[in-house]
Design a protein around this ligand. Structure first.
Ligand SMILES: [Cu+2]
Length: 121
């Protein structure tokens, strides 16, 4: 076994160790407004998605999916004081909706999830 081969093996082992140590940095949704299966009143709806770690707010994504499956990308408000959050808002009419979020954690890993909710008159 050559020295070069040994060095390559060492690098792979080191990369795996770093990956497993940072596993807890994956963005896990710990709270949201609206909450899963919530009911909110029609009109202006502020939305907040809170994660267990810092999020790249510029490269994360929040999509509003309507009953007819049409999708609208919502603008995420840059918020330096709340780096664990994705904040957005929408003006909603009565119906059922799903927020489809995609969060990029600072370790480079993307997590995704759906938050369905209902808007009443
Ligand atoms: Cu990760």
């Amino acid at each position: 076994m050559s020295l070069r081969h040994h060095f390559g093996t060492f690098l792979i082992a080191a990369a795996c160790t770093v990956a497993s140590l940072s596993a807890s940095a994956h963005a896990i949704l710990i709270d949201s407004t609206p909450k899963l299966n919530d009911t909110v009143s029609a009109g202006h709806v502020d939305m907040v998605f809170t994660y267990n770690s810092k999020i790249d707010q510029h490269r994360s994504r929040i999509v509003l999916v309507k009953e007819d499956k049409s999708e609208t990308v919502l603008t995420i408000a840059a918020n330096n004081t709340k780096p664990n959050e994705l904040d957005t808002h929408a003006d909603l009419t009565p119906g059922t909706y799903t927020i489809r979020w995609q969060a990029l954690a600072l370790d480079g890993h993307i997590t995704r999830g759906d938050v369905p909710f209902t808007v009443t008159p």
